[in-house]
Design a protein around this ligand. Sequence first.
Ligand SMILES: [Zn+2]
Length: 339
Amino acid sequence: MRGAVLYAPGDVRVEERADPEIIEPTDAVIRLTATCVCGSDLWPWRGVDEVRDQPMGHEYVGVVEQVGDEVKNIKVGDFVVGSFFASDNTCEICQAGYQSRCVHAELMNNIGTQAQRARVPLADGTLVATPGMPEPDLIPSFLAASDVLGTGWFAAVAAEAGPGKTVAVVGDGAVGLLGVLAAKQLGAERIVVFSRHRDRQELAVEFGATDIITERGDEGVAKLKELTGGLGAHSVIEAVGTQESMMQAIRSTRPGGHVGYVGVSHGVELPGEELFFSGVHLHGGPAPVRRFLPELMRLIWDRKINPGKVFDLELPLEEAAEGYRAMDERRAIKVLLRP
Ligand SMILES: [Zn+2]
């Protein structure tokens, strides 16, 4: 089969990879309908994370081709969505809603879903099937549910977005934008997005943003305080993962408020004394997307939400390298790849 492999910073190639096989009796093999490039794929692509000739990709939707002997709920022919962490969905951590930290969690990055086919471990726990084959125009939205929608949704839940709340969103990538959509669905009263890009501002407004702040860092915080009577937001979504974005999120939050942080942390160090006196709640980490998949897939199937709009560039899998470049240069918000 064909699949993307990263050899060195900036050097991603689509080449022949071994066809996946059932290894454990709890595995499934799927044929991918669509996959995509994640903002987090850019960390190794830029050389910020170590690169070691690795298969790439962790977002996926597709049709089940094979299941192991112990798979009971997922059947050959099902259209399925899964998260970037395979999980059993039965251990105590999963049952508490933290499937991304399942005691048997397996990172799909190590399998590499920017490919024509993929092995999915713990298929019964990991995968959720649609009621039937989705209409083609719904595919991008189901693909978004695999990571960016589920991650944005978790960030909004972790930040306790809800009725009467002012929610601020740091980061205008796909996760931040879908954090806006989630905050809107959860009933937030006011949603403020920090963004300097016209196309992203427009999509944010379409998803439910009420205010845009173009300043960032402490200037952005000052603007947000102006909008909120000097108090800051009740709920702040952090969707970048840098020192600047994390401090912007904490400083944008009013005392007693909540930060939901989902940007993969890179070199973030929190000053203890400032954190102490901020009086904010911090909750986040790798999103337990699996917790939200049934609800999000229902909203997509019923056409209540359209998160697939974050894909503003679609390429054949063979042109994955151009997809990485387009996202790195911010020519695209998120790139869908057709295997
Ligand atoms: Zn588990």
